[in-house]
Design a protein around this ligand. Structure first.
Ligand code: ZN
Length: 149
């Protein structure tokens, strides 16, 4: 199995069996993000507690790349320190904007490494980023809410 096949298998596995799917409570913020160029839609909830990302739940519709990327993102971010979760978003964004030039750290990225191949296809980059953009938006809104209290 070559690397591209391995990446495709990871993406298909997450698409067929999405991790942490479904909208759950408690949640601090709910956001709705769409990717009009492909038709992907995502409703996503975030719950922060004690400086950690306590839960990320979602309802996703759309292509396999957007749904698999969201599933993998929840695996990586749930339970993570909020600042590190935001840093992880920035690292993923950087890889996806590198046009395939940047090889992510496999230990840190885990299954998200599969999207290194997707970065070569500009039309699909927005699909892979949908879940990550949504979770960043939701985390920032949840933090702003916390500060108001
Ligand atoms: Zn898509």
């Amino acid at each position: 199995m070559d690397v591209d096949e391995l990446y495709q298998t990871i993406i298909l596995d997450h698409y067929r069996e999405k991790h942490h799917s479904g909208l759950r409570d408690p949640h601090d913020v709910e956001v709705h993000h769409v990717n009009p160029s492909c038709g992907d839609e995502l409703t996503l909830r975030v719950h922060l507690a004690g400086g950690n990302v306590e839960d990320v739940s979602y309802h996703a519709e759309g292509c396999s790349i957007s749904q698999a990327s969201t599933s993998i993102m929840t695996d990586l971010l749930i339970g993570r320190d909020v600042q590190d979760a935001l840093a992880m978003h920035d690292e993923f964004l950087h890889v996806m904007q590198s046009k395939g030039e940047e090889t992510p750290d496999e230990d840190r990225f885990e299954d998200a490494i599969a999207f290194a191949g997707v970065a070569k296809f500009p039309a699909r980059v927005k699909c892979a980023l949908l879940g990550w953009s949504a979770v960043r938006d939701a985390i920032l809104q949840a933090q702003a809410k916390e500060q108001q209290q």
